[in-house]
Design a protein around this ligand. Sequence first.
Ligand code: TRP
Ligand code: SF4
Length: 403
Amino acid sequence: MASSGKQRVLSGMRPTGQLHLGHYHGVLKNWIELQKEYECFFFVADWHALTTEYEDPTIIEKSVWDMVIDWLAVGVNPGAAKLFIQSRVPEHAELHLLLSMSTPLSWLERVPSYKDQQEKLTNKDLTTYGFLGYPLLQTADIIIYKAGHVPVGEDQVAHVELAREVVRRFNNLYGKEPDFEDKVEAALKKMGKKNAKLYKNLRKSYQEQGDIQSLEKAKALLESQQNISIGDRERLSGFLDGLGKAIFPEPQALLTPASKLLGLDGQKMSKSYGNTISLRENPAVVEEKLRTMQTDPARVRKTDPGEPSKCPVWSFHQVYTDESTREWVVDGCTNARIGCIDCKKPLIDAVLKEQSPIRERAEEYMNDPETVRGIIADGCEAARDVARETLEEVRDAMHLVYR
Ligand code: TRP
Ligand code: SF4
């Protein structure tokens, strides 16, 4: 399969039902930007949902489709990104199993979310094999596509860190290609004569004189090559270090800044706190939720001055209104010149305006489930092509090909 020179980005979301404004302003807008620049893989992590929902898996199915419809409705573009469902690419499970052989238990036990979630979700028994393996399955998700960048929130950074450790160990154990030298020569040819010569010279002065500047220059030269596949890129990079080809590149977390938007009660917006406005919330409900949303508790009466920084409504202004409106809010609130209902009015308008096209597009997809299934079927197939290819390399490297 021809591989574009673009770097790969991969991210997944557990299906947790309809998405809310916090997801949109945090994660999804970021995905929509990334899909313009990178080769993106976005998937529904349904097996990850199962690690906590195994007692009642029936709720996962509807959440999967609701979530996909939300992605499409906000503008995640199946023409630009591959959209798929984890369990439809069973190679993730095979790679997870193979990685599990060489992953020390202690690496998994010390991932902070393991104990945190067990303590937090006390209504569930999470002392399971599957739950311990959660971040290793996530490692398989990432590296099976050789993704270089993984957009995630703060809470997931430790998982990407584990993936990096697992990759290093795997490459050390199995990362020697028998015909490495020949493949490097072939890859060099693709750079063109002049660049290939330059690359070799830079390598020489790095390896023989330890010249770091030459190393940096060689890396930049490699980076700038458009016509080189990910595999060849890894070989040429290994050729520089004198290490041989790494089977997997080390993925990097691309930290998604948390959305400024708070929940209706001033805590983080989250379904488990019941303080959300969903992406496709009915307009009358949006209005009602915002009208009754918490404000600065110091403002009991309109004549009491308030402080926007102590008010969750202010977080909505930071996302939804322009500077002059915000100046009006600060002045009106701190000098008790406006009421909280006045303050909320432009937000109600802005949220409804934002949601109207989203709701419309979601409606179209809901009325046309065949199209949605088709999009996912195509995405699964494209993802699976890549995953199959990686697994072949992995089985090869681990000497598991006895045919
Ligand atoms: N664990 C992630 C979350 O809860 C979801 C996820 C699964 C993921 N596999 C992934 C995210 C791979 C990034 C890459 O949000
Ligand atoms: Fe909050 Fe606006 Fe009321 Fe001030 S005027 S307390 S910012 S809702």
